[in-house]
Design a protein around this ligand. Structure first.
Ligand SMILES: [Zn+2]
Length: 329
């Protein structure tokens, strides 16, 4: 296994030579280390010491790279009525810039492995190496890069809490809007207050070696121009193996609420393949562990996101979202 990993890493380095300098600065090993650190806290289930410690670690880590780190604490109610406390964490780069880009990922772990093949795991927490930690890790590495090279536009990294406390599979259909509690709160109470962004990119499950990122259906409804921009950038970097040219079903994820309530056209880079049966096989199982994480996939996503950020110029025409873009698809 180590031999195969080294070989793919070497191939990846070769293919980076032609890429833009800014994109090549993303360090795959560093991003992988950020997944590992999160996993070492244990499942980051809201209300647990691991969750609290990991939040502190995010804040401390981000403050190495920018002084502008804010924590939005909020209360929410789970599908079964239990009270929850969450923390959305925002790190801003180039805070004075008016034109801004929002990059987000959820950082909490699911309390129930309710899709595990073994029913004994259905009320045990998910480690969330891929579902949670991978997206947050890519954004931490992006933050490190942004601290070394200032973008022309402002960038805000938003780590969202309480995405994955949605209704247990046994409850299915009884609770409405039980997923994305952190994004629902943030989108209705943007933080910093009055926050606006030109567009947003959400990362979710971006670490599997077999990852396939379709042009996700909800993104295509609310932000088709952003989808085109991101997928074209990935194609330009030779990453179409991951960023495939097919449209998926519309999914419920944090971007739905950011589009719906904050009206920021936001796309989801998420591992989903209808032909395969949907999410990766480790999704909401006891198998969502560090061994499933491939640093090449983290790098493919991180390089794409950085390239998109560095393409943006102050004052260039904003990306239109919603209906006007939907009609000319
Ligand atoms: Zn999940």
């Amino acid at each position: 296994m180590i031999g195969a990993m080294l070989l793919t890493a070497a191939v990846s380095c070769g293919s980076q030579q032609g890429a833009k300098l800014s994109a090549a600065e993303f360090d795959a090993a560093s991003a992988y280390g950020f997944v590992k650190t999160q996993v070492e806290f244990g499942p980051r289930v809201p209300g647990t010491p691991a969750h609290a410690a990991c939040a502190d670690w995010f804040v401390k880590t981000l403050r190495q790279w920018t002084p502008d780190v804010l924590v939005q604490e909020f209360k929410a109610k789970a599908f079964d009525g239990r009270p929850l406390e969450g923390k959305n964490i925002v790190a801003s780069f180039n805070p004075e810039a008016k034109d801004r880009i929002l990059l987000c990922a959820h950082w909490d772990s699911r309390p129930f492995a309710d899709h595990d093949p073994d029913p004994a795991n259905h009320f045990r927490p998910v480690m969330g190496a891929n579902d949670g930690a991978s997206g947050a890790a890519v954004l931490l590495e992006v933050a490190r890069c942004l601290s070394l090279k200032k973008p022309a536009v402002g960038v805000d990294i938003l780590l969202l809490d309480l995405e994955d406390f949605g209704e247990h599979a046994n409850w299915s259909g009884r609770a409405e809007d039980s997923w994305g509690l952190g994004s629902q709160y943030w989108a209705k109470n943007p933080y910093p207050a009055g926050y606006r962004a030109r567009f947003g990119i959400l990362l979710d499950m971006v670490g599997a070696s077999t990852a396939t990122f379709p042009m996700e259906g909800t993104s295509m409804v609310f932000a088709p121009a952003v989808v085109k921009k991101v997928w074209a950038t990935a194609r330009g970097l030779g990453l179409s193996k991951y960023f495939v040219d097919t449209e998926s079903d519309p999914l419920i994820d944090d971007h739905l609420y950011i589009n719906r309530h904050a009206r920021i056209p936001t796309v989801d880079i998420i591992d989903y393949d209808g032909a395969r049966g949907g999410f990766p096989s480790s999704w909401h199982t006891a198998g969502d562990t560090l061994e499933k994480i491939d640093k090449n996939t983290l790098a493919a996503v991180g390089r794409t996101v950085l390239a998109v950020v560095f393409q943006e110029k102050q004052g260039s025409s904003p990306v239109a979202g919603n209906l006007e873009e939907t009609s000319d698809r």
